[in-house]
Design a protein around this ligand. Structure first.
Ligand SMILES: [Fe+2]
Length: 386
């Protein structure tokens, strides 16, 4: 009844063109030599130029590392970490989507901790903070600029696994909606839904608390209202601004209340089909929420209201159903998969069982679920998602 509530965030600056402040922040953190970790797309879109000119304006010495791959394999981190260790960098900047920021966070941690990435899969295994980090997202939704998590594909078994350690939380997040205007429609939709789920999933889990609930309601409302316009016209600055803000708010919820069932099932399926994180979550969200609705009916009714549904005169149960209806409509409007069939997955008994067994191992996430789950329950949820 009386919860103890943690609330951790990096030092945050949100707003149009805040990327121009990166030089000031790097200087404050003690740079020094800086390693700017980014992806080749970011360099092409001219976004890296904005960071570079801010660093040059402060006469800071930096090196650029952009040897990323489509999938964030552990080998990608190991290579970046080698450069990081040899270069004796004092500040790390991660500029890009979730995977690029995760690599930057982990590479920094590996400068002060021994070993390789896979030694740190699990909860609170990174003992020491790395060198200071500044994260600058170029998509709105992953939350990597705020959270203590970094997700990689284990090169040995091709399964996505998480390093979840408070030592990985970035020092600074510079969230500049202007950087998201080159994000293509499909990426905007998928990242936007990831952000929605980072608010919605903790909200109906046992990790929820009044502080994160207040933020989650606003995040769900803002994302529902603005992600469609941002998807339809990427140049709509107002939409970009509010989707980025909704995403920032949902990341506070993700960091401090944590995700659960949808993310747990998405890991093995996304790992197998190489589907993007956001689209994999989309395909699973309706059936996961149908399953846990019985445990959190009043919360789902609140979710419906936050999503702009008219629940006047409805019973709590009817209002809760409205939330799932609204989610299905939102996914349809964004051309995102609403089922595993839409995602292109194959419904086969042995595969479904394997996914369920792998998902069930994610007790870090499932321990927060509003319903207790056996492997058989997860099999049922996955089959209902087809
Ligand atoms: Fe996510």
């Amino acid at each position: 009844m009386f919860q103890t509530i943690p609330f951790n965030t990096p030092d945050i600056l949100f707003g149009m063109d805040v990327v121009s402040k990166v030089g000031d922040y790097a200087k404050k953190l003690g740079a020094g030599r800086i390693l700017l970790i980014t992806g080749p797309h970011v360099s092409k879109a001219g976004i890296a130029e904005k960071v570079i000119s801010s660093l040059k304006a402060k006469s800071l010495e930096f090196e650029i590392y952009d040897r990323m791959e489509q999938e964030p394999y552990t080998t990608v981190v190991e290579r970046a970490a080698e450069v990081a260790r040899e270069g004796k960098f004092l500040v790390f900047i991660g500029l890009g989507g979730g995977s690029v920021m995760d690599v930057a966070k982990m590479a920094s941690a590996l400068t002060t901790n021994p070993g390789v990435t896979k030694d740190y899969f699990g909860v609170e295994k990174v003992a020491r903070r790395g060198k200071p980090t500044i994260m600058i997202p170029t998509t709105a939704g992953t939350g990597a600029e705020i959270t203590k998590h970094a997700i990689f594909v284990d090169v040995e078994d091709h399964v996505k696994k998480a390093v979840a350690s408070q030592a990985l939380q970035p020092n600074v997040a510079l969230i500049d909606p202007m950087l998201t205007i080159t994000s293509p429609p499909q990426v905007t939709a998928a990242a936007g839904i990831d952000a929605f789920i980072h608010a919605a999933e903790p909200f109906v889990s046992q990790g929820a608390n009044p502080l994160t609930d207040a933020i989650a309601i606003n995040a769900m409302s803002m994302i529902t209202r603005w992600v469609g316009p941002a998807y339809a016209d990427g140049r709509d600055l107002e939409a970009r601004y509010y989707v980025a803000m909704g995403s920032m708010m949902s990341s506070f919820v993700l960091q401090n209340s944590g995700t659960s069932l949808i993310h747990a099932i998405a890991y093995p399926i996304g790992g197998e089909y190489h589907t993007s994180h956001g689209t994999t979550l989309s395909a699973l969200m309706p059936s996961c929420f149908e399953y846990i609705k019985v445990a959190k009916t009043p919360k789902f009714a609140e979710m419906a209201e936050a999503m702009g549904e008219n629940i006047y005169g409805l019973s709590e149960r009817e209002a809760a159903d409205k939330a799932i209806e609204a989610i299905r409509a939102l996914l349809k409007n964004l051309d995102l998969p609403g089922s595993l069939k839409d995602l292109g997955a194959v419904q086969e008994e042995s595969r479904v069982k394997r996914w369920a067994i792998d998902a069930h191992k994610e007790q870090r996430l499932l321990s927060r679920c509003a319903r207790q789950l056996t492997v058989e329950d997860i099999i049922k949820i996955i089959n209902n998602a087809f």
